[in-house]
Design a protein around this ligand. Sequence first.
Ligand code: HEM
Length: 482
Amino acid sequence: MELFYVSLLCLFILLVSLSFLFLFNNNKNKSTFSGGQLPPGNSGWAVIGESLEFLSTGWKGHPEKFIFDRISKYSSNVFKTHLLGEKTVVFCGASGNKFLFSNENKLVQPWWPSSVDKIFPSSTQTSSKEEAIKMRKMLPNFLKPEALQRYIGIMDHIAQRHFKSWENQEQVIVFPLAKLYTFWLACRLFISVEDPNHVAKLADPFDVLASGLISIPIDLPGTPFNRAIKASNFIRKELVQIIKQRKIDLAEGKVLPNQDILSHMLLTSDENGMFMHELDIADKILGLLIGGHDTASSACAFIVKYLAELPEIYEGVYKEQMEIAKSKVQGELLNWEDIQKMRYSWNVACEVLRLAPPLQGAFREALADFTFNGFSIPKGWKIYWSANSTHRNPEVFPEPLKFDPSRFEGRGPAPYTFVPFGGGPRMCPGKEYARLEILVFMHHLVKRFKWEKIIPDEKIVVNPMPIPAKGLPVKLYPHNKA
Ligand code: HEM
């Protein structure tokens, strides 16, 4: 709470001192825009615009409120606002998603709030946009289906070890455990770190980093942003040590070249035959660990929440997973065929991702003046697409708040209406990896336990991922003691 007031005070100081800058920027933008009708909307306060409201509806657990209030106020699926220091237009719904995802690198390009660039200062001084392009070229090798199939056994093995910490407990707090699970997997599969103590040493700074990512970029002692920068520096140093040791191990033939993504990065050269620098690799691994574990752990925690609230859905998942479990001989690990049989469980996971998308949306930047739905969008303005605005639209998903996995049967939702992983060329490259880790988690969870929420109406906080405010404490009922 204290931190919250410190942040507010900092914000006030920033507001006054940057007003001049705002006036300057405002005039600059006005002079470069060629005309046309801007979308309806409000720029909010000077400098901070509507950022506080945008962030605080998330802190209160209703990030969609910021969007839906404005859709109804302006009777428009496109509205202008001012977020994180930038003039922004919010595109809501499937047609906006389609437009943005199909105009990637033509009319729009990726954009991150300045907080992200400062927390991830690239060693090669390129922007996070260029880094993302490099990453996208490299990831398919690591995340391609043949490689993914190899990981299922490893995921199963780590899950078995992880769930030992749930056993013999009457109660557990789910969210931190889900994070430990996805983080342990990422550490094992990306950098071959699997000693639980080493994993734990890296885990705390990652939490600090994640909460500072989409924050107000005030770099003063105690702000989430300042703590995130420090955490990022700490993790990068740790990663560089791991990279140095790996180079030695590779040279001495102690590890396999295809052992994990780290070896792959060390041994792959670019089109000019150049290998990546250690710091550059550390940056990329850092990005992957961040992108890859917080999102999936939020999804896992919400699966536990919904299965506790909906016994008939739990029964369906339990039945499917037990059929798979019973078909295995003692000690046999899960494989690709088993995953393909988890159809109902994945429909349940998708319904969870619809109602509680780990990423609320993402930003783009307009590369040129263009028109959408009759409104002019000036070059340089930022555009935000939001998952909730389609996921909770009753015209697309009737009774949107009802949990109904059958929405994903057959051909499933129409294109661009279900976007937890984004869409188009920048759709999440970790989608399949995430599907595997979530299904392996569900398998081990329902095979061992039934559970009950300890706080029936636990609040949800979105900062920036949705999480139950108290971490989702549950009482466990192991099947073998029933
Ligand atoms: C449930 C889990 C996950 C969700 C909901 C999720 C969601 C997303 C979304 C919505 C985007 C697109 C953002 C945009 O449009 O700008 C994205 C991008 C990305 N995701 Fe995921 N993700 C998940 C898991 C993962 C995993 C496991 C990895 C890594 C193995 C990963 C790596 C990435 C990367 C590197 C990008 C950036 C791609 C680019 O900029 O081209 N994600 N993710």
